[in-house]
Design a protein. Sequence first.
Length: 280
Amino acid sequence: MKISRRTFLKSVGLITLGSCAGLIGGYQYARHVEPYDLVIEQIELPFPNIPPALEGLKIVHLSDIHLHPFIQIDFVQQVVTKANALLPDLVVLTGDYVLHQAESIFELGPVLASLNARYGVFTILGNHDLWTNRQVVKQGLAEAGLPVLHNEGMSLAVGQGRLYLAGVDDGWSGQPDLNAALARRPSDIFTILLAHEPDLADQFAQDGRISLQLSGHSHGGQVRLPGLGAPVLPFLGKKYDQGLYKVKEMQLYTTRGIGLTVPIRLNCPPEITELTLAPA
């Protein structure tokens, strides 16, 4: 059947209009909806020879809040409310509390101070915390009563057992020192390491004393394409960019985080991570 030029041009125009509308709708979703469509990822982590006292221990992991300008404090309050509703035994925050202004920590700190966990809330710093002002961010966390593990660790009593929680300095712009972080570690104790950048796992897994590393930093790429993954990932966040990995005998979990460095997420929503320890 012969199609007139007018009909053909009209069809092309409608297709083009529909494609443009689809692109605009997709952008609006990626810009205004998914960045705030908070997901709770619930992960069970089996470990061989885990002490009975640690079986069922629930850890809530938050990272990369990046308060201001794209993330506002009311959204962080939603995050904290949902995290507390999980009734965690332990809460850990793996850095990047601010994006461009270190002083944002003084607005963020009091909200993070309302996090509740049976065995405490612990933090480390990330690259943006150092790039803005390390001392200011540490001061804000300290005023909120949130301890920063800077190349150090501590033993935590968990029921009739214990675990060792360690944290290292930022791997991009700081000086992470695993030996210092593990210096007070008793022998044969289940050990969790907080390290902002996930790709440091290749180095840290060589040590042999760490059972679990928790990291953020990558944001999962913020944009993930079907079959391709994330086209853009940061330094030290390219190899282990999201989810659960086994690196030698150590498990690693990389969260997609809460916040944004650019105001868009697609196929990569922000997450609160709930990790439950279990016997293998």
